[in-house]
Design a protein. Sequence first.
Length: 153
Amino acid sequence: MRNTEIPLTLAAAALAFAALAFADTPGRHPRYVHARSDLRVALGLLRVQDEPNVMHHVYQADREIEQAIREIDHAAVIDHKDVYDNPPIDRGLDRRGRIHRALELVQAARNDISREEDNPRAMGWRDAAYRHIDRAVEELRRAIRDLHMDRGD
């Protein structure tokens, strides 16, 4: 390698490193990955068999959460975020605890994606995720209501 090629090689390596670092560095809206992780944990909590009247709402919430994750994945990829995660799931909760915790996580995910979006191309995906999350919240609230009715609360 000639002496003039070394600075060019170093500059190219620095640019490549910066590009990789930028892909992992959150922009003004770093919360997609966190929201997605919360939604994945909520899914894990919901995917336990329960009573039919409760399960109807849980299945509906599960479907909406899956759709929300897909929408967030689209928005996150546009923002160059890493969307592959396998968060740990606390399976020691009873059915009421699982559904209540899933509701908390879904609401936290909605809060995470409600932050300012600096990429106009991601807004449509984020807005679609809102709709699915809101439907999941409704279904989880119905499941909780049915759980309380079962106990006579």
